[in-house]
Design a protein around this ligand. Sequence first.
Ligand code: NI
Length: 257
Amino acid sequence: MTLLFDTHTHLDAARFNEDREEVIQRAYDAGVKLMINIGCDRESIPTTMALAEKYSFIYAAVGWHPVDSIHMKPEDLDWIEELCSHPKVVAIGEMGLDYHWDTSPKEVQHRVFREQIRLARKVNKPIVIHNREAHEDIIRILKEEKASEIGGVMHCFSGSLETAKQCLDMNFYLSFGGPVTYKNARVPKEVLAAVPLHRILIETDSPYLTPHPFRGKRNESSYVALVANAAAEIRGISLEELAQITTENGKKCFRMD
Ligand code: NI
């Protein structure tokens, strides 16, 4: 059976409160035998840790989301650092910059982003990057903070091929989600078609970014199979091969052995 790795999901989200266990079971039964849940604020970090402790196949990333930068206190960074010694915590994030929602001023976002990269270098963990309409500043800060020493993943990559190359040069993997299943999503498909196969990951970002044909409905981790299918087609390889390669890539990226 095809083994899939959903490298970015938010199973703790309130939209799963009614049926979280069924959603997780459905993903597992669909072959999603590894998942990374993202805890990225004061509420979602404890629920992420609880999920990682309950399910052997769910791992955790913990960090601070850029839209919520304004609420991160110094003790939150200490909290994240402590959690990094937990055996199920494989990465710090999601972190980064979001210029779409202006809930946190840019200079606060930059500071919180830099602090988390420094922490990741200190504890030697890969990082999960959220980038919305901030390509240039993301690349600049990653360079300035020497993020290539730890690497990680550009989650739901939405940049150009040029940006993709810069990320690859800094030891980052590129993760693709629901948009590669959309008819009108030309750029992510072109990037996915052009980058090295051994640097590609797949994800759902559930409950957001639902793949075709469920677009508009709630996303869930079992739908990573739809992303895998689309990615295999774009790369001209079998689903089995795509699944195997991306799962291996994910294990390497997050140093899970
Ligand atoms: Ni996310």
